[in-house]
Each structure stands twice: as structure tokens, then as C-alpha cells.
Design a protein around this ligand. Sequence first.
Ligand code: ATP
Ligand code: AH0
Length: 363
Amino acid sequence: MSGDGLYIGLMTGTSVDGIDAVLARVGKRDFQLLAHQGSPLPDTLRDDILKLCRSGPDEIDQAGHVHRQLGEAYARATQALLTQSGHRPEQIHAVGCHGQTVRHRPGDLGFSVQLGCPDTLAVRTGIPVVSNFRNKDMVLGGQGAPLVPRFHQRLFGAVAHRVAVVNIGGMANVTLLDEGKLIGGFDTGPGNVLMDLWIQRHQGEPYDRDGAWAAGGALLPDLLNSLLADPYFRLPPPKSTGREHFNEDWLQQRLPADANARQVQSTLAELTVRTIANALNDFAPQRLLVCGGGANNQYLLARLHALLDIPVCSTEDFGLHPDWVEAGAFAWLAWARIEGETGNAPAVTGASRAAVLGQLTLP
Ligand SMILES: Nc1ncnc2c1ncn2[C@@H]1O[C@H](COP(=O)(O)OP(=O)(O)OP(=O)(O)O)[C@@H](O)[C@H]1O
Ligand SMILES: CC(=O)N[C@H]1[C@@H]2OC[C@@H](O2)[C@@H](O)[C@@H]1O[C@H](C)C(=O)O
């Protein structure tokens, strides 16, 4: 029986800013977005998730609670999407649920932990759930991330001869496509995560809307150089990273005592765009497509255009709004699991082979 049909994708990313949910029609040659919805996470749950992103006491109990609570939150998000779009659970083949990453440790005996209980989600909604997408790739020697490049390839492979796609979420990751062939992809480093925490601390805003605060400050060249000196940026791919490395402590250790807050914000924005631009230098794309929340930041887009001197545009111009690309990828990965198709790209993660990803949980 063909697995082509309706799928839901759920994403909660490293920004921990909420649940992105999409409903899509997915088939071998087909990806059609039918509905989408973003829902915020309750503040207390967000705080508990952020605590779990760093080592601390009582982690197992805390993780268990968050796992169950997130499962309930994913179920509510799924039900809201079904109500909004006028669909019934029986019409949906599966939900692809990424979960919330709280630890990502690529390497020897590497592992990646995503919370969000699939049993809760499957039982509450009556829909099969595909989850735990990253760990098989890691057992095969891969990074377990990024996983969206195969989806980027399907959607954007024909946009230009050499096209790069960058997701600017909490972290940033690039996909390199040459004549429709997926030739690479990796995490470049921090996307919005450092800018978010800095503006939260100094302005009480959740993020720097349109990069307006960053845009008005002068760069701090010494700070920029000290941030760029982190060895991660020089590591050859395959590579992936997260909040375990790029976090408040990482920034604090590099900050001069009397730094001007707005100038720090400009410098953090510049770190994000320089590390993306540097990562694309060798590939020399003809066009850059941007997705993730950072695609809404006009200042970041303008700086990327200035550094790369190629057209820089939103994925919306090529059919999918930047806010829904990652959740879309997990709807597609759920389809791949049900169809028995591989989901990872060894050229990206470094895994020894392509593999069918994810575990299936029945209601
Ligand atoms: N209008 C805007 N102006 C500036 N920044 C924005 C805007 N809208 C969203 N963002 C940024 O995008 C972030 C959210 O991006 P996104 O939802 O893609 O991240 P994520 O999926 O959590 O992360 P990741 O891709 O690393 O898993 C916000 O935290 C904010 O920094
Ligand atoms: C471990 C983890 O959750 N990594 C995320 C994170 O957010 C962006 C970047 O780092 C990317 O590698 C990945 O997410 C997307 C969905 C991916 O796997 O492609």
C-alpha cells in the first residue's frame, strides 16, 4: 500500500520559541503545504526545557516530566491543526515529531536526546507517530544532524545550478546543492541563539525584530575576532553543534567587561552572517535561499547579500514560507519512514550509509 497522502510535521527547535505544526500532502514527487499553525509553549515548560539544555541536578525526573508535558502540548497542537484545517485523525498517515533537543553529543558513542513523548501524542490524537530521527544516523557514525538537507534538495534542487539553502534558527545550518545533487550540508554555528539571549537580557524583548537593535550599533572588531577564533568554525564537515557549545557561558567568557550592549548585539549578528558566508566560500553558490526565523530578519539578509554578492532570498519565493520548512521536513521524514525510504544523507552527516530513520509509535 502506498504511503502517499496526508502527514503532519511538528518541530520545536533550539530557539525553544514554540511548536511549529504543518499539514502536508506528501508523495514521491509531491509536497504540498495544506495548513500550518504556530503555538507558543507555556512559559514554565519553556523554562524547564532551557534548564534541561545544560547539565544540572535531578535531570532524569525533570526530563521525564518535560517529556510527558511536551507530548501533551504536541497533541494539543496536532488537534488544533486538524480543527483548523477540517481534517479527521483517520485521514492522516502519520505525525513526524522531531521533539525538543535537550542534548546533542555527536562523536564516539554519540547520542542525541529529543524530548516529547510519542506514546502520549499517538494515544491522544489516534494518529501513528514517527519520532527519534537522529540516533540511527549516529550509530552509523554520522552526526545525526542536519537532517533537513534531503528535503531542501527535493524542494529547491532546481532553483539554480549551484544553490545554497541556509536555515537560520537557534543554530544555523547550510545545504549545498549542485545541479540538483546534494553535495554537502552542516551546522555553521549560532544562528539567532546568542542574539536572542542578549536582547532578552538587555531589552527584555524575546528577539531582535528585523535586527533593528543590531543594525544601529557599531561592530566590536576585537570581540568579533575572539568569537570567530572558536575552533568549531574551522572544523571541516561533517559537523553539527548546539546549545551545549554556543550558549550564554560561551559568550560571557569572551566579552570585555565594559562592552556596550548594542554594539555586542551588532557583533553577534555579524558573527552569524560571517560564519554562514565563510561556510559558503568554497562552494560559491549562485543563489542563497534563507529559511528559519532568521529569514524574517531584514538586517541579516542585507548583511548576507553584502558579504556574498549573490541574490539572497526567502524560500517563500520558491514555494515554501521560511517558518514552515523545518516542520515540513519532518512531515516528509515521516512519509519516508512509512514508505521505507531513507531520510539521511551520508554526504551531509558522514554516516556510513543512508538509512530509514525514525521509530513508529501506534496509538
Ligand atoms: N521578525 C523577526 N526578526 C528578527 N528575528 C526573528 C523574526 N522572527 C523570528 N526571528 C528569529 O527566529 C527565531 C526562531 O527561529 P526558528 O523558529 O527557525 O528557530 P528554531 O526552529 O527554534 O531553531 P533551530 O532551527 O536551530 O532548531 C527567533 O528566536 C528569532 O530570533
Ligand atoms: C540536534 C538538533 O536538534 N539540531 C538542530 C539544530 O537546529 C538547526 C541545526 O541545529 C540543525 O542541525 C538541527 O535541526 C534541523 C531540523 C536539522 O536536523 O536539519
